[in-house]
Every structure is written in structure tokens, then in C-alpha cells.
Design a protein around this ligand. Structure first.
Ligand code: FES
Ligand code: FE
Length: 452
């Protein structure tokens, strides 16, 4: 892989410093870095495509971006699943204009080349007249992803034939992330919410670990009554309103130094948030965690995780509500957000209704929390473009050097108070990916240290 002068290994270690807890702002707006991310990260990592319940019947398809490649995941007649690029092998036009649906074949609207469900080229208009026997159709099928696997119904693919198997890639932390939803025996709620935010994709990723922002950023959500009444008031030391008054913030929300459970793992997956025991007054159903399947899949630590794990690079699991969000990079300062919402298969109509209501009101284009967050990500991205502003490093040093990493059963966890370990770990892993290491080197470079 070509490494540009700007991105040699030394430079990458300067861009993200585990020692200082600093991140160079240029990684959020530099066009060359963005291009390298498309190749070195999105061109290699396993990425979520869809849930099997979205494509139950032969001919069902769903389109998902992997970086800037558009991929069609298609249920085959024999029940298997295949995924291929939505780009015609003639002149590259999309062969499917629908985002999801059911079809018998894909026909390109440019010159009419047609492909079957497995991507085989089955029709070329007037092939004899135009090609005079000089077109071997068997050579021009749609291009498939290099590997495709389903983990508990969650379908992933990678463009890299050398990538390790999916379960290995996910590791215990990534598997727990999915199990936290899959163990409830779910199916998708039809309709994926998609919208854009003018931010770099990485801001939208790392914010899931940020339990420091909620008390201030989401004050409006608290004021609106979205959350239960607080059990007490805490002063957020130092926060002042425009009148210079100290702000009292309801402690019922989150992030007030509650016991924190951080998981970090190989390849850059991470999770952070209160453990189930630290949830306080949040109206979250945790009873399913005691079901045999959940106990078996999640294990002792996993059954306590209540935060938002991220499967590197860009799939984060909102475990409380049973949602998966993709942060899809479009350009350095534009990101598509995709929300997949799940519901238990045997949910009552009322429970379904409640799930849909929450999915629409919390995150997503009309979600009160995501509106709060999106503004911050957009502003933070914008400030990385200024000639002088971009020279000011970002700080992710909360708890730095005080996080004792406990490694047990393949899981690396840190328990303590709210920290920025998970964010910093994600950026450290990002830097390793951007070095273009081979898979063994990458695994080695992202083994969690003993202290963070
Ligand atoms: Fe698809 Fe020509 S580009 S048929
Ligand atoms: Fe938030």
C-alpha cells in the first residue's frame, strides 16, 4: 500500500499520542488523510451490511456503503447470502437504483446489461450485433466482496481477502457488542433512518464513549422531560450560563462520574459507559440479561455492559434501545448516519410501538439527543479547518495513566470513573490502521497495554 510522505509511521504516532492524550486536529479535515482512510481502513475492515431479517426471501436485497463503495447484499435462491458492488462492469453505472427491495435480476439503466442474483452477467442487449462474438459474458459478472459472514444474524463483509475471520476480527469486545442486541432474539424494524451531518465521521464515532458531554450537551433533553426526574441536583463545576450563573444539572441523566466500564480490544473496538449496576434511575429494561441465551453469550462482564460499543471502524451499538448506527464517511466534513432499529421477535404491538417511538425521538434525524450531538460534531469539525485553529491539539487525557487494564477471558476492561480511555484507544488504533500494517502487525499494535 502506498504510504504518502505525510503519513509515514512516525508522523502517525505524532498525530495521535497515547502518552500525551492528544490528537492532531488535522485528522478531521485533511483531504489526503480522508482518502487514505478509504483505502487503509474502509478498504480492509469488516463492515456491517445488514441484518438477515432484512432480506428473508430469495431476491431480497439491501444496499449499504462500505466507505464509498456501494454494496448490494442479496438473498440467493438457495438461501445463502452474497454481496457485490453496485457498479456495472461495462461503464460503471449503478445496476440498482433502489436502496432495498426484491428483484429477479439487476438491469443497468445505461445500456441494459443485466445480472442475476449472484451477480452473473446474463443479458447484453444485441450482443452479437454489437460485439460480434468478442464478449465473454462469464468474465464480466458484478464484483463480489472478498469475504462475507454472518454473526448471529448480523451480516458483515470485507474487501480484503487476507482479513481474519469475522469472529476473530470482532474479538470478545466486538462479539459482546452484537450479542447485547442479538441475545434478545430480535428482528429489524422496517425502515432504516438515514441523514447527513456536516462532521467528520470520527467525531460521530468517538462521541459514543463520551459520558462527560451528556450532562451539558443534553440539558435540553432533560428539560423536555425525556428523562425521568432527577433524584438530586448536582452542580457542574465551572459551567456557567450567559448570565454567568452556575448551572445545576439533574443527576438522573448520566455521566456524573458514575461507575464506568470501558472495554478496549484488538483492531480498535471499544466500549464505555456505566455498568448495569450504575444505571440509577434510567428507565431501561435489563431483565432480558438474565435469560439463558444472554447469560451464555455475554458472560459475566458482557452482561454488565450498558454503554455504546463501537465495532471499528464505524458501527456503534446503542445497546439500551437495541439499535445499530453506521457513521458513513462521505467527505472529510460530511457523514451519513444510518440507524437500524431492532425489536424482539415476540414483542407485543405496544412494545413495538414504544420501540419505534423511542427510535424516532432519541437518535436519528428527529432525535433530540442526536440533534444536540450533531451540532457539536459539526462545529468541532469546522474548527479543524482554520489555519491557526488546526494547530491546537485536541485533548483526550481524562483519566490518562490511571486506567488499569484488567485482562480476563480475552477481554480487556477498565473499571473506574468517567474517562476518555475509549476515545483515545480508538484514535490510537486508527493511527495503527493508517500505517498500512499487515493483519498480524495490526493485531500486535492494537493489543491493549496494561495501563491507559
Ligand atoms: Fe451498464 Fe453500460 S454502463 S450497461
Ligand atoms: Fe450525546
Amino acid at each position: 500500500v502506498r504510504m504518502s510522505a505525510a503519513l509515514n509511521a512516525n508522523r502517525l504516532d505524532e498525530l495521535v499520542s497515547l502518552e500525551r492524550g492528544e490528537v492532531d486536529r488535522r485528522i478531521f479535515s485533511d483531504a489526503e488523510i480522508f482518502e487514505q482512510e478509504m483505502t487503509l481502513i474502509f478498504g480492509r475492515a469488516w463492515q456491517f451490511l445488514c441484518h438477515e431479517s432484512q432480506i428473508p426471501k430469495a431476491g431480497d436485497f439491501f444496499e449499504t456503503p462500505m466507505g464509498r463503495d456501494n454494496v448490494l447484499t442479496v438473498r440467493q435462491r438457495d438461501g445463502s447470502i452474497r454481496a457485490m458492488l453496485n457498479t456495472c462492469t461495462h461503464r460503471g453505472n449503478a445496476v440498482c437504483r433502489a436502496e432495498e427491495g426484491n428483484t429477479k435480476a439487476f438491469m443497468c439503466t445505461y445500456h441494459g446489461w443485466s445480472f442475476d442474483l449472484a451477480g452473473k452477467l446474463i443479458g447484453v442487449p444485441d450482443v452479437e450485433k454489437f460485439y460480434k462474438g468478442d464478449l465473454d459474458k462469464s468474465k464480466y459478472g458484478l464484483v463480489h466482496v472478498a469475504q462475507l459472514e454472518s454473526y448471529h444474524g448480523f451480516v458483515f463483509a470485507t474487501m480484503d481477502p487476507a482479513a481474519p475471520a469475522l469472529a476473530d476480527y470482532l474479538g470478545p469486545a466486538g462479539r459482546i457488542a452484537i450479542d447485547l442486541i442479538a441475545a434478545r432474539e430480535v428482528e429489524i424494524i422496517p425502515g432504516v433512518q438515514k441523514f447527513t451531518i456536516d462532521c467528520n465521521w470520527k467525531f460521530a464515532v468517538d462521541n459514543v464513549f463520551d459520558w462527560y458531554h451528556a450532562q451539558v450537551t443534553h440539558m435540553s433533553a432533560v428539560a423536555s422531560g425525556l428523562f425521568p426526574p432527577a433524584e438530586g441536583e448536582v452542580e457542574v463545576g465551572g459551567a456557567r450560563n450567559t448570565l454567568g450563573e452556575s448551572l445545576d444539572i439533574p443527576s438522573g441523566l448520566m455521566g456524573n462520574g458514575v461507575d464506568d466500564l470501558v472495554l478496549v480490544s484488538e483492531f480498535g473496538h471499544a466500549a464505555a459507559g456505566p455498568s448495569v449496576d450504575g444505571l440509577g434511575g434510567m428507565p431501561i429494561d435489563t431483565s432480558w440479561r438474565k435469560r439463558p441465551q444472554a447469560v451464555e453469550w455475554l458472560g459475566e462482564v458482557g452482561s454488565k455492559v450498558c454503554g455504546y460499543p463501537n465495532i471499528f471502524p464505524n458501527a456503534w451499538l446503542a445497546t439500551a434501545g437495541g439499535q445499530l448506527a453506521l457513521r458513513v464517511p462521505v467527505s472529510p466534513n460530511r457523514t451519513e448516519i444510518w440507524w437500524f432499529s431492532f425489536v424482539e421477535k415476540n414483542a407485543t404491538p405496544d412494545q413495538r410501538k414504544m420501540t419505534v417511538m423511542l427510535a424516532g425521538h432519541i437518535f436519528g434525524p428527529a432525535g433530540i439527543l442526536e440533534q444536540d450531538d450533531g451540532e457539536n460534531w459539526a462545529q468541532s469539525t469546522q474548527q479543524t479547518y482554520g489555519h491557526r485553529s488546526r494547530q491546537v491539539p485536541q485533548l483526550l487525557k481524562m483519566g490518562l495513566g490511571r486506567g488499569k487494564v484488567v485482562k480476563e477471558n480475552g477481554l480487556a476492561r477498565i473499571e473506574g470513573s468517567t474517562s476518555e480511555h475509549a476515545q483515545l484507544w480508538t484514535y490510537h488504533a486508527w493511527a495503527q490502521w493508517m500505517k498500512g500494517l499487515d493483519w498480524d502487525e495490526l493485531r500486535e499494535a492494537t493489543i491493549p497495554p496494561d495501563t491507559l
